[in-house]
Design a protein around this ligand. Structure first.
Ligand code: AMP
Length: 191
């Protein structure tokens, strides 16, 4: 089973993806994680995207589609969880093509319904927790970048809700519920 977790930054996509990896042996494909990895290891691509990511803007479709293409060729285990990808209609079309090329298809798109006030609190909380644990907060987990990330989401990514609704594989889950309740709702939706 291959699914997309769709929702704005702070909606809980990463948390829910980790749970699905543990319980269903699925593979989490987070383009954000892949890009942060490229950035911290200082690859040419990583250096190119660093400033864009820190500002909260989207990197090019070409880069993220390339990252996903590489991963789909590997082991499929219990299926793929796309986390933070696709974020544009171009990426959504590319994903359908890439899955078809490896003989797979998209089974469900789980949209996490949240509101912006909660997102700001969660992101600011996530940054504070990272610092309290002796680490550093994500460079884009600050109010200024968050505003841009939210704007990018509503301008470019929110259109995917209509796109997947039309394709017939969209399911809504209450992302404001407790983490365990969200896990249960997703499990029910996936069957
Ligand atoms: P995330 O961890 O999903 O919040 O992503 C962090 C940042 O990485 C985003 O703000 C973008 O700059 C970049 N990014 C991640 N995934 C994508 C994507 N699918 N398309 C474009 N940019 C992305």
């Amino acid at each position: 089973m291959n699914i997309i977790l769709l929702g704005p930054p702070g909606a809980g996509k990463g948390t829910q993806a980790s749970h699905l990896v543990e319980t269903r042996d699925m593979i989490q494909l987070s383009t954000g994680d892949m890009l942060r990895e490229a950035k911290s290891s200082g690859t040419e691509m990583g250096l190119k995207v660093a400033a864009i990511m820190d500002a909260g803007e989207l990197v090019t479709d070409e880069i993220v589609i390339g990252l996903i293409r590489e991963k789909l060729e590997g082991d499929k285990k219990g299926g793929f969880i796309f986390d933070g990808f696709p974020r544009t209609l171009t990426q959504a079309d590319a994903l359908a093509d890439l899955l078809a090329e490896v003989g797979e298809k998209l089974d469900a798109v789980v949209a996490l319904a949240v509101n912006d006030d909660v997102l700001v609190d969660r992101i600011v909380g996530r940054a504070a927790e990272a610092v309290a644990a002796g680490g550093t907060a994500r460079a884009d987990d600050n109010e200024e970048s968050l505003k841009i990330r939210l704007m990018e989401y509503y301008k470019k990514t929110n259109a995917l809700i209509g796109y997947y609704h039309a394709k017939g594989n969209l399911v809504w889950v209450d992302g404001l519920a407790e983490i365990d309740a969200v896990k249960a709702e997703i499990a029910e939706a996936l069957g």
